[in-house]
Write a protein that binds this ligand. Sequence first.
Ligand code: S3P
Length: 294
Amino acid sequence: MRRIVFTGFRGTGKTEIGQWVAHQMNLPFIDTDSLIEERSGRSIPDIFHEEGEERFRTWEREVIATLPVDSVVVSTGGGAVIDPVNMEHLRQASVCILLTADIDTIKQRLFKKPRPALTNHPLAEEIAEVVDERRQAYHASADFSVDTTETSPEIAGNRVLQLLKNGVPTHQQRTHALAFFKTGRIPAPALSTLENLLTSPSRDPQTRILGIAGYPCAHSLSPRLFNALFERYQLNSRRCADWRCKYRSIFRGVCNRLQYGLGGDTKTTRCKKRCKGSASRCGRCCGCGCVRAL
Ligand code: S3P
């Protein structure tokens, strides 16, 4: 089974919820901060105070690089996501869950259990500033996200178990989405993949689906490119293409209804192959001189 990894800022409940989920699933639990303390023989505040944050980050990188990769629940330190090498390790064959909470909740939790300062600013300002700085890395770190504001570890933990078991969108939402995709001239093989991913009884609810819509998009190389990258990094994601639609808003509407189960956005670029987007067709783009969906 895939490793379950919790990411998120301090005070979002990674350790408590991770422990609770591990207990419910009868899996071992690893907290990377505890592992650093064990291996270094010192507390995290001592490492910060005596050797500085940089040294702590080195310990953190070493510990993350040597974590076991299956059947385990891992809780990471709040800053682990800022290092892309850490994320490359943490995402390997894992389902990553981002925990979030609002600033007041985080502040109250950190008052109860203080951590070494990350800036010279007062706590509330520090939280707002660092969360903002890391926002993108946090979101990129995760397959799913759970808000832990005003919840107990049990309630949030149950939400995590539900996500692992069922995925994000309900059966009804997935069925509606599939009906919609069937109207979009998706070629049969791609449609059958999508059908499997969305409604087959044997589907893996943790698979993320990314869609490409465009007009035209039939020649897009990106599904192959992204699927190769997902495979390379063992990400549980699939990219499906060819939903031919001029109206981006319709596609987005369906994606939104699926919440985060199916994400979609379009990006266009001129064909950089032989015809450079000119009117003479190169066979790799539509040849109409337009931009090509990627
Ligand atoms: C850190 C968060 C801490 C710990 C260290 C650095 C951060 O972990 O790794 O103090 O940079 O946000 P928790 O998120 O478990 O508090």
